[in-house]
Design a protein around this ligand. Sequence first.
Ligand code: HEM
Length: 483
Amino acid sequence: MTTPVPDDASLTPPPGCPAHGLGTEGLRRLYGPEAEADPAGLYEKLRAEHGEVAPVLLHGDLPAWLILGHSANLTAMRTPSRFSRDSRRWTAFQEDRVTPDSPLMPVIAWQPLCVFADGEEHKRLRGAVTDSLNRFDRRGIRRYVTRFTDQLIQDFGPAGRAELVAQFAEHLPMLVMTQVVGMPEEYGPRLVEAARDLMKGTETAIASNEYVVATLRRMMERKRVAPGADLVSWLMQHDAGLTDDEVLEHLRVVLLAANETTVNLIADTLKLVLTDRRFRAHLSGGHMTLPDALDQVLWDSAPMSLVAGRWATGDTELGGQQIKAGDMLLLGLAAGNVDPAVRPDLSTPLYGNRSHLAFGGGPHECPGQDIGRAIAETGIDILLTRLPDIQLAVPEEELTWTSAWLSRHLTGLPVSFTPRARGEGEAGAPGAVPSTAQAGPAATVPAQAGPSQAAPSAAPAQAVTIPRQRRGWWSTLTGRFRR
Ligand code: HEM
């Protein structure tokens, strides 16, 4: 395979790396201002230069392979005997070339987590997570989503305008996840804030991480004494016999994995609904359901562009490249989703087609995808039902994204709509507009009857109205986030 001569500034100078099949000479960086300005453009350059699998440089100019092909991604995900999840195999680690302060460390430093495990150990750890997640019924999740969506709309509804990334998408998933985990709602605002902080990698990210860990530790102590119907209790009780550290780390991973991805899915879907008239017409005209619409977004804007990663267990070949034992591979989910081999015409709709790579695949395929979808679907459905004339408040060209090496975020989505009074049209309120999300079985179940609640049948559907006390902290928080 030939590597064309570089012609732009994102290319790095020599020297190469003689110890590996990956020379640094002429390799493109996957980080830095140029790469982050247009990741999709970079992937296409790499595809044109190298085909399905391209050599790239990560932070610190450490070499890795980026998988661009749809089929090559699936091979790497589905063949753990050749492509392990255990980052300790990485040659760069073994040669002490990754500094402790490297920005790669939070993502790839090995931990006793299902994410980094293979084989039987992976089955043990993941089994505990999936069994516990599967104990939640989808209706319970949708009830939480309905309640929190209504709270968020109550907060910005009277203004007749909102910024949907900061005031909606960045709040909803974490609020729902606090209920899944089994936390009192009072923890919600600070956790939303901490997750935002971690996502943005600000200078307070370490303190935010410590807050998340301390909160989870406190929850574990409580649930040990008084277990509930929630993820903390179920993980602690699971037959896999997770240690306290394993429970804590898996809770942290679930919270963070669920948050960032679902935030992006909600923001990108709303952006499409608000900017693409054909898309919105298909949706409102019944030609496409919201779940089908989500699949289109999952194809075109994978919430995680890359997964880092897989590590070669021995010398092998992938996409025509010779991979050495200990080399790192990045799953290029966004690139694989637009591989011309599977999508010769990107404008052909793929509503409802689920063979995209957005949730990964093989033994590590996302175990929380149904929950992520339920949060996005229900939240968006209710928002569009409650605010039927919602529209973008700025020209589409003014929307911007920030990119980091693993994902890309819409920075803001300003909208306007007819102002609505608090409580107007909500489930249980006078003159309520029936939402399709609520027209299903979820609407028949009391709003407070989620798995973590003590008295499942105690409250009627009106319980979605926010108690005065909760509205107080809620308004304070969203007020602080307003831009
Ligand atoms: C739209 C939402 C979501 C997207 C796009 C997404 C995507 C992904 C991807 C790409 C992976 C890596 C797969 C691989 O390495 O092959 C993953 C793993 C994971 N996700 Fe999700 N995810 C989402 C929501 C969630 C939610 C809501 C939860 C929890 C409730 C969750 C929990 C996890 C966990 C625990 C793993 C690690 C699994 C393992 O290594 O065995 N995710 N997710």
